[in-house]
Ligand binder design. Structure first.
Ligand SMILES: Nc1ncnc2c1ncn2[C@@H]1O[C@H](COP(=O)(O)OP(=O)(O)OP(=O)(O)O)[C@@H](O)[C@H]1O
Ligand SMILES: [Mg+2]
Length: 275
């Protein structure tokens, strides 16, 4: 058989799409940087990845170089209008697609709170995306709160990935996050839900503080903490302003290497769970 030049071989695992929520109610800890770069690295090794921007700040959307366009977020779908698959957009990076966000998602927390079955809106909207089997992995970038949007992501997810910044109060609020996850797990909203991993971000090996925080976090979470730590790096902070993940902005930087390694560990853990 002659292959057309447009034929592309992509990895397909044959296992169901995994949904991982990237969450921490604390602001500025590296959720979006991790969601965007992990998504890009997983796509670069052949996974079919959907990045779901569920934060009204829309940082993941602009971080991948997309404009915020009225009506393109999941907002209306979550309120019952239209289909989520219609909101999926291609990015300029092969294997990586996105459901963008825009500021209208702000209203969702308030409006959904009053709606019936309000915790399952994302899960229900995701079902046709899962049925279409177009993606191996969906990463959900959550807002910095434990509001209705984050709870919806938890209710739909197979696991939660928690970025923790290497700073003094890293573990503050984590017990609340844990409690919310256990409640959703135990009361039957999502019996699959588990903490799939913790990633240390903005690590600075020269400071005792970073080392001390990592020690404490490892003591607390044990093997849930990924070996790979993300270093503090200006290049990582610059990349979003160029609308690019780090592996496409500065492929040979330490930040790119770290997210590539993290992706390897992350995917191995994800594949292990599927067995
Ligand atoms: N490893 C890093 N080194 C240097 N700067 C970083 C690193 N990771 C993230 N940043 C920067 O820190 C800021 C916060 O990161 P990011 O937006 O990923 O956090 P967040 O948890 O998603 O924030 P929010 O809670 O507002 O959604 C951004 O300006 C980002 O560019
Ligand atoms: Mg963010």
């Amino acid at each position: 058989m002659k292959l057309e030049s447009t034929d592309v071989f992509r990895y397909t695992s044959g296992v169901p799409t995994k949904i991982i929520a990237v969450a921490n109610q604390k602001g500025g800890v590296g959720k979006t940087t991790t969601a965007v770069n992990l998504a890009a690295c997983a796509a670069a090794v052949g996974r079919r990845v959907l990045l779901f921007d569920l934060d009204p700040q829309a940082n993941a959307t602009s971080g991948l170089g997309l404009e915020k366009i009225d009506g393109q977020s999941a907002y209306r779908v979550l309120l019952g209008e239209g289909a989520l698959l219609e909101k999926v957009q291609k990015t300029e990076f092969e294997g990586l697609e996105i459901i963008p966000s825009e500021v209208d998602l702000c209203g969702a927390d308030f409006e959904l709170a009053r709606a019936e079955d309000h915790l399952r809106r994302v899960g229900r909207a995701m079902q046709p995306v899962l049925d279409a089997a177009r993606f191996d992995l969906v990463l959900v970038d959550c807002p910095p709160s434990l509001g209705v949007l984050t709870l919806n992501a938890f209710a739909a997810a197979d696991g939660v990935l928690v970025p923790l910044q290497c700073e003094y109060y890293a573990l503050e609020g984590i017990s609340m996050l844990n409690r919310v996850m256990s409640q959703l797990h135990d009361n039957g909203v999502n019996p699959r839900l588990e903490l799939m991993g913790v990633v240390m971000t903005m690590y600075d090996g020269r400071t005792r503080l970073s080392q001390q925080v990592v020690g404490e976090v490892r003591e607390h979470f044990g093997e849930r903490v990924f070996e790979t730590m993300i270093p503090r790096s200006t290049r990582l902070a610059e990349a979003p302003s160029f609308g690019k993940p780090i592996i496409h902005y500065d492929k040979y930087s330490p930040g790119a290497a770290a997210y590539e390694l993290l992706a390897q560990e992350f995917l191995a853990r994800l594949d292990g769970q599927s067995k």
